[in-house]
Design a protein around this ligand. Structure first.
Ligand code: GLU
Length: 448
C-alpha cells in the first residue's frame, strides 16, 4: 500500500465520525503524490504525513452565558492548534450552530496549507463555538464573547496563537473578545487578535480582504487563460463579509454579480450588485436576521426560496462564498450542463471531492479555496506586522501588498506544477506548494 494510502487509512481509524476532516485529508494527501514519491524514504522516516494529520492539540471547553431574559445557557468552545512549523497558530473563530469538532479540524487542517501559501510566517489553527448568533442582541453577543474569552485567553498570545474572525465573528465580536482579553491579562497586547477595529490596531482593508483577494486571484487565473474580468457575470452565494468584499471589487472592475444567497434561498439581480446595494449587505449582516430575502424586498428583484444558485443560474464564474459542501455532485452536473466554465471557490471546502473530480474531468477550471480565500488571513498577517511595529499602513499600501501576495500565490502554484510536470490543475498545485514549506520546516526542526 502506498504511504499516502496508509496514512489516510490510519487517519480514518483514529477519527471516526469526522467526514469533513477526512474529506480534506483525502483531498490534500492524494494531491501530494508526486512530492511524496520523490522523497518517500525521508518523509516516512520523519513521519511527516502522520504528524501533519494529527493536530498539535485540540482544546474543548464549556462556555456558559446568560441571555437578556436571565435564562442560563451552555455552549461548547473549541480551539484546534494544528501546526506551528512555520509560525504561531493563526486562523479564525466561527460561531455557528452546527459547529463541531469535525468542522473545526477540517478548517484548521486547511488553514495550515493556506497560511503557508501566503508566504507569511503563520501556522494553522481554528476555533469557535456552536453558539448561534441569529437573533441575539448586542448584549448577548458581548456576554457570550466574554465567557468564551475567559477560557480561550490562556491558550493564545501574539507569538503563540492569533485568532481572528470567521463566520459569525466580525468586527463587533473581535472588539468584545479583545476587551475581555485585555482585562484578564492586564496588558495591551493587541497582536493577539486580528480583524480588530481601526481605533485599536486593526488594519485598513482587512474587512474587504477575503473578497478582494479572491477577485485578485481570479484575475491572475483569467490572465493565465488570456481572458479578463470586465464584462463577466458572477453567481455568488452568501451575503456576509466575504460576498460583500467580492461584490465590491468585482463591480469596481467591471464585472456583474447577479446572485447572492442565504439560508432562506437566493436572489437574482440581473442589473448586478453594485453601489449602494453593496453597502446594504452590511446592514443585512448587522441586523442578525440572516435572511437574503431582505435584499429582494428592498430592490424588487427575484427571490427563490430554499435554493442555491448552483445549476439554476448561468454565469461566467461561480463563486461560492457561503459555507462548506455547498456544491455536491448533482450541482456539478447541472453546472456542466449549463456550461459554466470556472469555479472560484471562496468559502472553505465548498465543493465535495467527487464534485471537484467531476468538474475537472469535464473541463471546468476549479480554483481551490485555500488559495482563493487566502487574502483574508494574509491581511491578518499584515495586521500582525503593523501591530508589532506599532504603525499603520494606508489603505493603498495594504491593498497593493494584498494584490502582490495573491499574485505570489498563483506564481507559487504554477511553480509547483512546473516542478512536477503537471498541467494547470490549481487544486493539486495549491496543495503541493502549501505542503513544501511546512514539510521543509518540520524536517528541519526534528521530531516533535
Ligand atoms: N477565517 C479566515 C480564514 O479562514 C481568516 C483567518 C485569519 O485572519 O486569521 O482564513
Amino acid at each position: 500500500m502506498s504511504y499516502i494510502q496508509e496514512v489516510i487509512e490510519q487517519t480514518e481509524l483514529k477519527n471516526p465520525g469526522q467526514p469533513q476532516f477526512m474529506q480534506t485529508v483525502k483531498e490534500v494527501l492524494t494531491s501530494l503524490k508526486p512530492a511524496v514519491e520523490q522523497n518517500e524514504a525521508k518523509l516516512r522516516k520523519n513521519v511527516i504525513l502522520e504528524r501533519m494529520v494529527e493536530p498539535d492539540r485540540q482544546i474543548i471547553f464549556r462556555v456558559p452565558w446568560v441571555d437578556d431574559k436571565g435564562v442560563y445557557h451552555v455552549n461548547r468552545g473549541y480551539r484546534i492548534q494544528f501546526n506551528n512549523a512555520i509560525g504561531p497558530y493563526k486562523g479564525g473563530l466561527r460561531f455557528q450552530k452546527d459547529v463541531n469538532l469535525d468542522t473545526m479540524k477540517f478548517l484548521a487542517f486547511e488553514q495550515t496549507f493556506k497560511n503557508s501559501l501566503t508566504s507569511l510566517p503563520m501556522g494553522g489553527g481554528k476555533g469557535g463555538s456552536d453558539f448561534d448568533p441569529t437573533g441575539k442582541s448586542d448584549d448577548e453577543i458581548m456576554r457570550f464573547c466574554q465567557s468564551f474569552m475567559s477560557e480561550l485567553y490562556r491558550h493564545i498570545g501574539p507569538n503563540m496563537d492569533v485568532p481572528a474572525g470567521d463566520m459569525g465573528v466580525g468586527g463587533r465580536e473581535i472588539g468584545y473578545l479583545f476587551g475581555w482579553y485585555k482585562k484578564i491579562v492586564g496588558d495591551y497586547e493587541n497582536g493577539v487578535l486580528t480583524g480588530k477595529g481601526l481605533s485599536y490596531g486593526g488594519s485598513l482593508i482587512r474587512p474587504e480582504a477575503t473578497g478582494f483577494g479572491a477577485t485578485y486571484f481570479l484575475e491572475e487565473v483569467l490572465k493565465h487563460q488570456g481572458e479578463h474580468l470586465e464584462g463577466k457575470t458572477f453567481a455568488l452565494s452568501g451575503f456576509g463579509n466575504v460576498a460583500w468584499g467580492a461584490s465590491k471589487k468585482i463591480s469596481e472592475l467591471g464585472g456583474k454579480v447577479i446572485t447572492l444567497s442565504g439560508p432562506d434561498g437566493y436572489i437574482y439581480d440581473p442589473d448586478g450588485v453594485s453601489g449602494e446595494k453593496v453597502d446594504y449587505l452590511l446592514e443585512m449582516r448587522a441586523s442578525n436576521r440572516n435572511r437574503v430575502q431582505d435584499y429582494a424586498d428592498k430592490y424588487g428583484v427575484k427571490f427563490v426560496t430554499g435554493k442555491k444558485p448552483w445549476g439554476n443560474v448561468k454565469a461566467d464564474v461561480y463563486m461560492p462564498c457561503a459555507r462548506q459542501n455547498e456544491i455536491l455532485l448533482e450541482d456539478a452536473e447541472a453546472m456542466v450542463k449549463l456550461g459554466v466554465p470556472i469555479l472560484n471557490e471562496v468559502s472553505n471546502m465548498p465543493t465535495t471531492n467527487e464534485a471537484i473530480a467531476y468538474l475537472q474531468s469535464h473541463g471546468v477550471l476549479v480554483a481551490p479555496s485555500k488559495a482563493v480565500n487566502a487574502g483574508g488571513v494574509a491581511t491578518s498577517g499584515l495586521e500582525m506586522s503593523q501591530n508589532s511595529e506599532r504603525l499603520a499602513w494606508s489603505a493603498t499600501e495594504v491593498d497593493s501588498k494584498l494584490k502582490g501576495i495573491m499574485a505570489g500565490i498563483h506564481n507559487q502554484i504554477c511553480g509547483a506544477l512546473d516542478a512536477y510536470g503537471l498541467d494547470y490543475n490549481l487544486v493539486a498545485g495549491a496543495n503541493l506548494a502549501g505542503f513544501k514549506k511546512v514539510a521543509d520546516a518540520m524536517l528541519a526542526q526534528g521530531l516533535y
